[in-house]
Design a protein around this ligand. Structure first.
Ligand code: ATP
Ligand code: MN
Ligand code: MN
Length: 301
C-alpha cells in the first residue's frame, strides 16, 4: 500500500534481510545505542555504502559484547558467516591463499552486523584484481593535543600539493580524530608503485614542512605534528570505508564531505549513526555527487 511505501521511504518499515538477535543489546554504553539501532543504520545507508564497500576485500572490527568490551580485527573467514558474505582467495606473503571477505549486498552487510561487526575497513583495490589499487589514501593522524584546526589545515595543504601534480582528492572524516585524503586512481599501477609513490610523497611533504608533518609512524616522532600515514597504501592494508560506523564514543561515522565543508567542520566525528537521514540526503546531493570518483593516473614523482 502507499502508506507502507511512505513508511519505507522514511526508513521505518524496511525489513532486514537478516534476523538481528538481541537487538536491545547496548553496543554504545555512553549513549545507550543498541545493536538494533546499529543494524537500522546500516540497513538505511546500504546503497551509498556499497558504492565503496562493494566488491572490495574487507576487514571487520567486531565487538560482540559492545564497543567497550573486547573487539577484534577480522580479516579472514573460516566459514562462520555463511553464504551472504563472499570470499576471495588472496595470496599471502608465504605463498598460500587465505579467504578474504567481501560484500555486495544488504544481506552480507547485515550478516556482519548480526555477527557483532561495528566497523568496515576496505582494501584499496577490488576483488576483480586485488593487485591493482584504485585509490590512494593519506590518513592524517594528529599528535595528541593537536586540535582539529591543524588537521583541517594539513588536509587542505595536501589537497593543494596533490592538485599541483594533477591529482584531485576528496576528504573523508574518519569518525575519529582525523581526516583521510582520498585520491581515486585508474588502477593502472600495481601496489609496489603505489606504495612507493605514497611513501615518497609523504616524505617530501614532511621534509618541506617538518614543523607540521612527519612520515615516521613512531609516536615519539610526532610531537606536535601530524603523522602522514601513507602505510594505508600497501598491499593488504585497509582504511575505514565511507559510512562505516566507528567503535568509538557516541557512534560516529566515517563521512564523505567536500573541501568547502571541511573548512566549517570542528571534528572528525561530526556525523553519527543517528544522522542517517542527513547522511542519506547528503549522499544524493549535488555537492557529493561523484565524491572521490575519477580515473586518475599516478604521475611520476
Ligand atoms: P583516526 O582518525 O582516529 O586516526 P582512523 O580510522 O584513521 O581514525 P587509525 O588508527 O589511523 O584510525 O587506523 C588507520 C587504519 O588502520 C584503520 O582505518 C584500519 O583500516 C587499520 N587498522 C586499524 N586497526 C587495525 C588492526 N588491528 N590491524 C590492522 N589494521 C588495522
Ligand atoms: Mn587515522
Ligand atoms: Mn593511521
Amino acid at each position: 500500500t502507499s502508506s507502507t511505501q511512505a513508511e519505507e521511504k522514511k526508513g521505518k518499515a524496511t525489513p532486514s534481510p537478516v534476523t538481528i538477535t538481541n537487538p536491545d543489546r547496548v553496543i554504545y554504553p555512553e549513549s545507550g545505542l543498541t545493536k538494533g539501532q546499529l543494524a537500522d543504520y546500516y540497513l538505511r545507508i546500504v546503497d551509498p555504502m556499497l558504492e565503496w564497500l562493494g566488491d572490495r576485500p574487507v576487514s571487520l572490527v567486531r565487538c560482540p559484547q559492545g564497543r567497550a568490551k573486547a573487539c577484534f580485527f577480522q580479516k579472514h573467514d573460516a566459514g562462520s558467516f555463511g553464504d551472504a558474505v563472499k570470499h576471495v582467495p588472496i595470496r599471502e606473503k608465504d605463498g598460500h591463499d587465505e579467504p578474504y571477505l567481501y560484500l555486495d549486498d544488504a544481506k552480507g552487510l547485515l550478516t556482519c552486523v548480526q555477527m557483532g561487526a561495528i566497523e568496515f575497513h576496505g582494501w584499496g583495490s577490488k576483488v576483480a584484481d586485488v593487485e591493482m589499487p584504485d585509490r590512494l589514501v593519506f590518513d592524517l593522524d594528529p599528535d595528541e593535543g593537536l586540535g582539529f584546526d591543524a588537521v583541517r589545515r594539513a588536509a587542505s595543504q595536501l589537497r593543494d600539493v596533490l592538485g599541483e601534480m594533477g591529482l584531485a582528492s576528496w576528504p573523508l572524516l574518519s569518525g575519529g580524530k582525523g581526516v583521510h585524503v582520498v585520491v581515486p586512481l585508474d588502477a593502472s599501477r600495481a601496489w609496489p608503485e603505489v606504495k612507493d609513490f605514497a611513501s615518497r610523497f609523504a616524505r617530501a611533504i614532511s621534509e618541506a614542512h617538518p614543523d607540521r608533518f612527519t612520515a615516521n609512524m613512531k609516536k615519539t616522532e610526532r610531537k606536535g605534528r601530524i603523522f602522514l600515514d601513507w602505510l594505508r597504501n600497501q598491499r593488504g592494508a585497509t582504511a575505514v570505508l565511507p559510512y562505516s560506523a566507528r567503535a568509538r564514543t557516541n557512534a560516529p561515522v566515517a563521512a564523505p564531505i567536500t573541501w568547502d565543508e571541511l573548512e566549517e567542520t570542528e571534528s572528525g566525528g561530526r556525523f553519527t549513526i543517528l544522522d542517517v537521514e542527513e547522511l542519506l540526503k547528503r549522499a544524493g546531493s549535488k555537492a557529493l555527487k561523484g565524491w572521490a570518483q575519477a580515473k586518475q593516473r599516478l604521475p611520476e614523482l
